[in-house]
Design a protein. Structure first.
Length: 438
């Protein structure tokens, strides 16, 4: 299961069709980053670059030049070097860029300063992701300035600079059939990882040991990287939204919140499950859990093409606020609480985000002044939560320190939605049954 060469080609063509006449687009690959001294972080390709090329090496630059006679898809990449490859691994080289990745033309990255100005020259408009990488901005200006320096000899530098993200990120928001298959797989594997963590959980286990269970299951199934740093928070740690220390011992009577998803073939899953360390929910934990679960269901009901982005969020706010009133954590009536945003003490984030090659994927949430309308092929998370601070003196002691989030990944379809992460148990009954068997 993978994205085929033809699909990468279709994407480039679609992007080029949206570009203004007589233009050129330039996109840098990701860069290797030092972890410490002479060791690097494991390299992960920049998502935009990957989306358009499938090319997974650093030190490369993609150039798209619609209607260029000698080819529209130009790739600069590291040259082959048998000596270096013995130490650092395989390289495609410009030849591989042509044969394996379908480039029309390819050059060694070391020659880019000499060649790229010539490719830009004569093009009126230049697209790139301005301001994302200061070093690259400087390179682009250098290439343009080389042309400006030659205007008296008849050279014509580009006169307009356009934001590439705007059109590219809109494309990435709509997932193709092949992308959906990969995201289903990322969801399936990650759901199994959560099941594995539930099975391994018992009082005395450390948070990092559940993280290890998640990483193991994902990696064994080909999702070698996590799509983001896993969050494993026992007890009150669950109230810290991005808790990633994962160092504490899990206690009998506490809940544990795990927010983790594997990355499969570049595509992210993003799942949160919250379950009792000892396998059985207490009365208060179950009360709050049911409110969050109802809020998730209420949000999902609003996921229908034609509804706008904020409708699921509003539905989750109403369900959580009502639930908190019913349990006595908020006072007064629903409308008044919503208006005063009292729920924000407990539910301070939004219902979700786009999901794809990045966990917080690209794509606008508003178009002009209006919330974006949901359309088939978009993938989003649905992740309501209630977090009751251990220091909240306005609520009875029995509630304090409970943090619960339930998060699933949802594909918007023609008629509604499909949950890609359904295999991870979600109801109290399912979770307790699974943990009882372990
Ligand atoms: N895991 C990050 C998030 O849920 O948005
Ligand atoms: Mn999320
Ligand atoms: Mn998450």
């Amino acid at each position: 299961m993978t994205i085929g060469k033809q699909e990468f080609s279709r994407r480039r063509k679609a992007l080029m069709e949206m570009m203004e006449p007589n233009s050129i687009a330039i996109l840098p690959s990701g860069r290797e980053r030092t972890r410490s001294r002479d060791t690097d972080y494991f390299f992960r390709q920049d998502s935009d670059f990957y989306y358009l090329t499938g090319f997974t090496e650093p030190d490369a630059v993609l150039v798209l030049i619609p209607e260029r006679e000698h080819g529209e898809f130009v790739l600069f990449c590291r040259d082959r070097d048998p000596e270096k490859e013995i130490w650092d691994g395989y390289r495609a080289g410009p030849e591989g860029a042509i044969v394996k990745y379908g480039a029309d033309d390819a050059f060694p990255i070391d020659d880019i300063d000499e060649i790229l100005s010539g490719l830009i020259e004569g093009r009126q408009r230049l697209y790139y992701a301005m301001g994302r990488d200061a070093d690259f901005d400087k390179h682009v200006m250098d290439w343009v300035n080389r042309i400006r320096a030659k205007v008296r000899s008849g050279a014509t530098p580009p006169g307009e600079f356009l934001d590439l993200d705007h059109i590219l990120h809109d494309m990435r928001l709509y997932k193709s059939a092949a992308e959906i298959r990969l995201m289903e797989e990322a969801g399936r594997i990650s759901a199994e990882a959560h099941i594995r963590a539930m099975r391994a959980c018992k009082p005395g286990v450390y948070e990092y040991q559940l993280e290890a269970e998640i990483r193991h299951e994902c990696a064994m199934q080909g999702a070698r990287e996590q799509a983001y740093n896993p969050i494993v928070g026992g007890g009150k740690n669950a109230c810290i939204l991005h808790y990633v220390e994962n160092t504490d011992k899990l206690k009998n009577g506490d809940l544990v919140l795990i927010d983790a998803g594997g990355e499969y073939q570049g595509y992210a899953a993003d799942i949160t499950r919250t379950f009792p360390v000892n396998g059985v929910f207490s009365k208060e934990q179950a009360d709050i859990y049911r409110v969050v679960l109802r809020a998730q269901a209420a949000a999902m009901e609003k996921i229908v093409p034609g509804n706008h982005w904020n409708e699921p969020h509003d539905a989750s706010v109403a369900a959580i606020t009502q639930g908190l009133i019913d349990l006595g954590l908020l006072q007064g009536d629903l409308g008044d609480n919503i208006e005063r945003e009292t729920f924000k003490t407990f539910y301070m984030h939004r219902i979700g985000h786009w999901l794809g090659l990045d966990v917080h994927d690209v794509g606008d949430y508003k178009v002009g002044d209006e919330w974006r309308v949901l359309e088939p092929g978009m993938v989003m998370t649905v992740e309501p939560g209630i977090y009751i601070s251990p220091d909240n003196e306005h609520v009875a002691k029995k509630w304090r320190g409970i943090g619960i989030r339930i998060e699933d990944d949802v594909l918007i379809t023609k008629d509604g939605y499909r949950v890609l992460t359904d295999n991870a148990p979600r109801t109290i009954e399912e979770i307790e049954a699974l943990m009882a068997q372990a």
